[in-house]
Design a protein around this ligand. Structure first.
Ligand code: UD1
Ligand code: UDP
Length: 374
């Protein structure tokens, strides 16, 4: 029997790979192994909890305030050894983190074919998001199978010359995950009453403006006292030190530790608005019908902007604040945004990913592309 190893290391990869692990494990013609790099520690464990995923290996590479070149240097040799020891015939990586590219590179050097889940996203700018745009392009360049979450992502890959047979449109596995988690989740205990605005900010390219973005959020929250802002703050000390001074003590602003994913999904489902620079939250908002103000200049997830549920506010604090206040002041605008169709997945993405891998291993026919309709 052939062995498929799923390799991942951070919170968002874990969340979006868990449904894939489930779909592959449901087959009786494949052996499934899970290799964690441990690029994240607590946030990775929390993400896995609701899905009850057990790891076969954990490389435990995380260090406090890790530097990216050091992290890369720790992952590649350890991942290469672990992939070989697990007797991997096929490797799946996810998304655009350093783990994604480092493991893809390790697998390539070991001559083990790699499938890239969430392939083909493009912001069009190598420096934004940084370093994710480079990670995803480099991973696609090494991939045997490009599993595109949307028809648009698949079109990007074909335009770059990727063999169309090996590009398969699956939908976003994160949509499968958030539905699963929202059905099981409860709001975190002790929250004041809503309506809620869920906030997350952590991206590297936003670090220079993070303290000013937090100050803009504080002013906006004070101007809109009927909303309760809830911000589970990323563990990264750089992020914590930047956002806490401006947001501590704002009466309708709750700062929390990172939430377990089922609580996060419940919070999202109960929110009237999401404000974020995260990738996955853009899709989760769209899937749950919650409008999203995106604190970025560009997005590799343009479908939601076109559909109307995402609004790009940029990361320049004044413009960001203006857009945020406009959306909070206008209930009718929020309803219009919320009514947009979800372009990111029909909840069956993981099943298509599993079938695509089985096809590459000669176990079944190539699955049809998802057509983008939900
Ligand atoms: C990483 C990814 C980013 C992804 C994000 C998801 C890269 C280059 N960046 O960024 O694409 O959007 O994860 O959250 O791959 N830390 C902890 N505990 C944890 C997690 C992090 O203490 O569970 C702290 C550590 O001090 C660590 C620091 O956060 O050194 C930064 O973690 P790192 O994975 O390097 O960067 P992220 O900003 O989390
Ligand atoms: N998330 C979570 N708990 C939190 C914050 C986020 O479970 O406290 C989830 C969120 O719903 C999404 C994913 O983590 O599924 C996003 O991860 P993150 O923001 O770390 O990374 P990004 O999406 O920016 O790569």
């Amino acid at each position: 029997m052939k062995t498929v190893t799923l390799a991942f290391g951070t919170r968002p990869e874990a969340i979006k790979m868990a449904p894939v692990q489930r779909a592959l494990t449901a087959r009786d013609d494949l052996r499934v192994r899970v290799l964690l790099t441990g690029q994240h520690r607590e946030q990775l464990e929390q993400a896995l909890a609701v899905f009850a995923v057990r790891a076969d290996r954990d490389l435990e590479v995380m260090a406090e305030r890790q530097r990216l070149p050091d992290l890369f240097g720790r992952i590649v040799p350890a991942a290469a050894r672990a992939l070989a020891e697990l007797e991997s015939d096929y490797v799946l990586v996810h998304g655009d983190t350093l783990t994604t590219f480092a493991v893809a590179w390790a697998a390539f050097l070991e001559q083990i074919p790699v499938g890239h889940v969430e392939a083909g996203l493009r912001s069009g700018r190598m420096d934004e998001p940084f370093p994710e745009e480079a990670n995803r392009r480099l991973t696609d360049a090494l991939a045997d199978l490009a599993l595109a979450p949307t028809p648009g992502a698949a079109a990007n890959l074909r335009a770059e010359g990727f063999d169309p047979q090996r590009v398969i449109t699956t939908g976003q596995t994160g949509i499968d995950a958030v539905r699963f988690a929202a059905a099981r989740g409860r709001l975190p205990g002790g929250l004041p009453p809503g309506p809620y605005v869920t906030v997350t900010l952590h991206r590297r390219e936003n670090w220079p403006s993070l303290a000013n973005l937090a100050a803009a959020l504080a002013r906006t929250a004070r101007a809109h006292p009927k909303f309760t802002f809830v911000y589970p703050v990323h563990k990264n000390p750089v992020v914590r030190e930047a956002v806490r001074p401006a947001l501590t003590g704002v009466p309708n602003f709750v700062l929390l530790e990172p939430l377990e994913f089922s609580q996060m999904a419940a919070l999202l489902a109960a929110s009237e608005l999401v404000v974020t620079d995260s990738g996955g939250l853009q899709e989760e908002g769209a899937a749950l019908g919650v409008p999203v103000v995106v604190a970025r200049n560009v997005t590799e997830r343009p479908e939601g902007v076109e559909a109307g549920i995402l609004k790009l506010a940029g990361n320049e604090p004044e413009a960001f604040e203006r857009t945020l206040r406009e959306v909070l002041a206008n209930r009718e605008l929020r309803s219009r945004m919320a009514a947009a169709p979800n372009p990111y997945g029909d909840g069956r993405a993981a099943e298509r990913v599993a079938r695509a891998v089985a096809w590459r291993l000669g176990l079944e026919e190539r699955p049809e592309n998802w057509d983008g309709r939900t």
